[in-house]
Design a protein around this ligand. Structure first.
Ligand code: PEP
Ligand code: MN
Length: 296
């Protein structure tokens, strides 16, 4: 049960009762789980999302789907619509958009994996819903409330990534919008926050693992961790993925690419297929110590 006497740092008792009644655990009197088909989040199973940052080509995404499936992942990730920081594009560095959604559909059909992909714009929502099993709301859109409401209204499961500058209060406020619009199939995703000391000049964010137990004190919503975007450095991804399991994450999202240094987007952070194959059993050992299991 939620202890209303000890709400989070910037979350008051009034917030919990009046502003966050749907995301707070007390309003449900338990811990309802989120289901995506036969996969459940928030119970003892810990599903894995894996795939490239961007759906670069049909060949790449079909290959990734087969490889991450054989390593044991249950969800293929990959963006056809990307929130790229700068507006300049090249032949290689270009969102695949609607064509990319078709390639994702082929990868889904050929692998049998479930698909998570980002929705950037309401105008593409119908097209994304034709292929996605989970709608990803990216960090930068965490407080794009019209987008959140339209995604919620589809009834599709949603993964809401935390903005890298957002407090837990703001993140849960955005989650409340989705629940308020009638969709309780919501998974939170921590992906690193802006911080002064990230220990490498290329690493922009710091993984906030503390938010996992902090969120658990306040909400029934499952919370997963994306160590790839958080660390921005593949050498740190395995240890942070293991730490996420130890911290109680309900899932892990990993960026995986056949040739990481040549990935079109974020080449520093992707691990390769062999890294994934080696990592999942170790994560599972940690989960087993906590009476959970990594689904792989
Ligand atoms: C992603 O997962 O592809 C992504 C763009 O992440 P974020 O929104 O966390 O930056
Ligand atoms: Mn990225």
């Amino acid at each position: 049960m939620l202890d209303n006497k000890t709400p989070g740092k910037d979350i008051s008792e009034t917030d919990l009762i009046e502003r966050l009644p749907l995301v707070t655990r007390s309003s449900f009197g338990g811990a309802p789980r989120v289901r995506v088909g036969e996969i459940e989040f928030g119970g003892s199973d810990i599903p894995i999302f894996a795939g490239p940052n961007m759906v670069e080509s049909e060949e790449l995404i079909v290959n990734c789907a087969k490889e991450v499936k054989s390593a044991g992942a249950h969800f293929l990730r990959g963006g056809a619509f990307k929130p790229l920081t700068f507006p300049y594009r090249s032949e290689k560095y270009r969102e695949s958009g609607l064509e990319g959604l078709n390639w994702l559909a082929t990868a889904k059909r050929e692998s049998g994996l479930k698909v998570i992909t980002e929705v950037m714009d309401v105008k593409h929502l119908d097209a994304v819903c034709l292929v996605a099993d989970v709608l990803q709301i990216g960090s930068r859109n965490m407080q794009n409330f019209p987008l959140l409401i339209e995604c919620a209204k589809t009834g599709f499961p949603i993964m809401l990534k935390r903005h890298y500058g957002a407090s837990l209060r703001d993140w849960l406020g955005a989650a409340e919008y989705i629940l308020h619009a009638g969709n309780g199939n919501l998974i939170l995703c921590e992906r690193g926050v802006s911080a002064p000391h990230t220990h490498r000049h290329t690493s922009r964010f710091l993984l906030d693992l503390q938010v996992v137990p902090a969120a658990r004190e306040l909400t029934h919503l499952p919370i997963i961790v994306d160590p790839s975007h958080a660390t921005f450095w593949r050498g740190w991804v395995p240890s942070m993925a293991m730490a996420a399991i130890a911290a109680g994450a309900d899932g892990v999202m990993l960026e995986v690419h056949p040739d990481p240094p040549n990935a079109a987007v974020d080449p520093l952070q992707s691990i390769d297929f062999l890294d994934l194959q080696r990592l999942l059993p170790v994560m599972n050992s940690i989960a087993n110590a906590l009476n959970r299991r990594v689904l792989f």
